[in-house]
Design a protein around this ligand. Structure first.
Ligand code: ADP
Ligand code: ADP
Length: 225
């Protein structure tokens, strides 16, 4: 089953009179249970591609089907809905809500989806416990280490069992031990069938996954291709 099916994606930014083609005819497919990295240097177009794959921005041209949904046919309010239903995001800076506890952070996307408070609480507790944070449920982000915060963010991303986990430089703010732990968590989640795409400039991170797409100057190359 194809989770990401993006074809001939072009993104052009207008810089005054100048056009900057940041993504140049990118096609990429990610299948269910894939463990994939998109690897590229700074300025290669990773953030731009991440925003498009994450339904945060629209391409200038191309086609994008996410878990069978035609993303480019969606209206703005439907894009938010698609994001919420289809994608669990993990960010470099964790993006946790600072005033909410760990368990409340993980409950949030479930409550958005209409899951009731009790069930959301139980699911959040279960996800946090399996990521080794069973004794940190009531802690706020600033009471947790970076590695712990990223595990809260991963628990939040998987809470609703989305078809896609999309991680943008997930180890970018972590020390090497916490990075290894986070990659180990991704590996385990993938072995349970989760589809994971990691966007990174870090070769060591990319070496942990099963398939690498290389992005350079807005063009994409797959393993050996
Ligand atoms: P990366 O994440 O790999 O560093 P980006 O996607 O952020 O790459 O940027 C790719 C190129 O597009 C860079 O040259 C950047 O300056 C340019 N760029 C990114 N966003 C915009 C924007 N909103 N307007 C104009 N240029 C942009
Ligand atoms: P990252 O560290 O994730 O690659 P960047 O520093 O490339 O992020 O970009 C941060 C934000 O600024 C992004 O939202 C990107 O779209 C925007 N941006 C990057 N380059 C430009 C640019 N030349 N003009 C306008 N916006 C830009």
């Amino acid at each position: 089953k194809c989770i990401i099916d993006a074809k001939n994606i072009v993104k052009i930014y207008q810089n005054g009179a100048e056009e900057l083609k940041v993504l140049d005819d990118i096609s990429i497919q990610v299948f269910q249970s894939d463990f994939t990295a998109i690897l590229g240097p700074s300025g290669s177009g990773k953030s731009t591609l991440m925003n498009i794959l994450g339904c945060l921005d629209l391409p200038t041209a191309g086609q994008y089907y996410l878990d069978g949904m035609d993303v480019l046919k969606a209206r703005d309010n439907e894009l938010a809905e698609i994001r919420n239903q289809k994608i669990g995001f993990v960010f470099q800076k964790f993006n946790l809500m600072p005033r909410l506890s760990a368990i409340q952070n993980v409950m949030l996307p479930l409550l958005y989806r209409g899951v009731n408070e009790k069930e959301a609480g139980e699911t959040a507790k279960e996800k946090l416990s399996r990521l080794g944070l069973g004794d940190r449920l009531q802690h706020r982000p600033n009471e947790l280490s970076g590695g712990q915060q990223q595990r809260v963010a991963i628990a939040r991303a998987i809470a609703g069992n989305p078809p896609l986990i999309l991680a943008d430089e997930p180890t970018g703010n972590l020390d090497s031990k916490s990075s290894k732990d986070a990659m180990e968590i991704f590996r385990e989640l993938n072995s349970e069938g989760n589809t994971i795409v990691i966007i990174t400039h870090d070769v060591e991170v990319a070496e942990e996954v099963k398939k690498i797409f290389y992005i350079r100057d807005g063009k994409i190359y797959s393993d050996g291709g």
